[in-house]
Design a protein. Sequence first.
Length: 254
Amino acid sequence: MYPDLKDKVVIITGSRRGMGKSHALAFAKEGSKVVVSDISLEDCQKVVKEIEKIKGEAMAVKCDVAKKEEVDEMVKKTIEKWGRIDILVNNAGIADFKNFLELKEEDWDRTININLRGCFLVAQAVAKEMAKRKSGVIINIASVAMGQVGVGFPSLTHYCASKGGIVGMTEAMAIELAPFNIRVNTISPGAIETPMVDPLKADEKTLEGLLARIPMKRMGKPEEVSNLVLFLASDASSYMTGANVVIDGGWLAT
């Protein structure tokens, strides 16, 4: 569907499962060389095997995005293997449901460190390599729970803060990196069928209430987000940078 993605080198954080895994398989089908990265090397290797079954090329790298040394090592291994990084999908993130009045400092720090600090660390490390070649695409994954026009979620104050931070960071990054021909955009998904939404699905009334707010009356599929990721990574979106693209079944339109 996107011939220009063939042989492109792509790093996808948080890609052992859920949306990240979907993105990894989608790029592999386009002929990209994929770095499958997450906290479990074993799980990443399983995704690599799936990619190899469809005749794709991939490499598994263990990386906790909140740890700079592991981020730098991931970038180093990618450059050593393929010589460049063309695309980054900053997908790694957590959603730990905690009541605001009971939210502990360590809970806040863990979410911010992975979701926001991790996004920064990976983007900066990769952008330094992209700047050398004056070419690249960075896609940061946020959420409709981003503040302002977004959706607030009870028990996810720390998560909402991190996702709002990603949107603001992306806009500033896009301005600074444009002279290096590096495009930076954000995708803000709504409710997507991944392990992250399992707590919302566990209670029937909560699920009913959630679906009632979505005009399409269903959750999205990871593959539907992957289609948008491919578009933003490709030359088809060559004049897009600094944008926040919402994919939510019409949630924010209500």
